[in-house]
Design a protein around this ligand. Structure first.
Ligand code: GLN
Length: 242
């Protein structure tokens, strides 16, 4: 961590917050404050430089054109890549996840370079759009309960050898490759197709990011009964007709 205050950076809310992903920033802030950690949140619009001294960066989902604009500006800015080189943690959702990879297909139907921070490549699926509830078992190495969320994407993401799938779907499409994988991660960079927003449903992800940023193995427990009630409900509902 850069100083006594944890710096949370929310990347491009003007382009990439179509699906309520601001909730992820709110949950990280709240989980930090519940542990009496100082946290400052910096919202960085797409006409502003990305600060390189953040501890945790969040980047959300968006529609196809804003996604291309965000990728162009992030490539030009270079700050997110420098932050990761400095050890920052990044958590990304859907369009943001695709942008962190090597390449995705943009709104013009052309390949668009990503930031190369995660070893994934996204293509445009030619089948139905992946829309609906997701229930996924997270990589056991991360030691978290099953994740629940909601996906809405046309892109399909292939995970390369330098990244690991974040989870395996019990229900839903996830990466859409038909192999049951959902999302991807490496040591410090995470991506998922799950909205929800994902941390409002799975606050343990926020805790994981905080632990990585603080370089600690555990955080003081907090009361999670409402989150767990929601998880139980979503697990029971998974696969049932709406
Ligand atoms: N535009 C991308 C796709 O459809 C990402 C969508 C999203 O962020 N929900 O694959």
């Amino acid at each position: 961590m850069s100083d006594s205050s944890l710096r949370l950076v929310w990347v491009y809310p003007d382009l990439l917050s179509t699906y309520g992903d601001q909730g992820n920033a709110l949950v990280v802030e709240r989980r930090a404050r519940q542990r009496r950690l100082n946290v400052s949140r910096i919202d960085v619009r797409s006409d502003q430089p990305i600060p390189t001294s953040g501890d945790i960066y969040l980047i959300g989902g968006g529609e196809d054109r804003p996604q291309r604009l965000a990728a162009e500006r992030l490539r030009r800015d270079g700050g997110l890549n420098r932050a990761v080189a400095n050890g920052a943690i990044v958590f990304s959702v859907c369009a943001g996840y695709q942008i962190l990879g090597h390449e995705f297909v943009n709104d013009l139907g052309r390949p668009e370079a990503g930031l190369g921070l995660l070893d994934v490549v996204s293509v445009r699926g030619d089948g139905e759009r992946c829309v609906g509830d997701v229930l996924a078992d997270i990589d056991p190495r991360l030691g978290l309960p099953p994740l629940t969320g909601f996906e809405n994407h046309q892109g399909i993401t292939h995970v390369g050898p330098s990244a690991r799938p974040l989870a395996t779907v019990r229900y839903g499409k996830g990466n859409g490759t038909g192999d049951g994988t959902e999302g991807a991660y490496n040591d410090t960079v995470f991506g998922t197709y799950m909205h929800g927003p994902v941390m409002a449903r799975n606050p343990q992800i926020a805790d994981l990011l905080l632990k990585l940023a603080l370089d600690v193995n555990a955080l003081p427990p907090v009361d999670d009964q409402w989150y767990e009630a929601l998880r139980t409900e979503r697990i029971a509902a998974a696969g049932q007709p709406a």
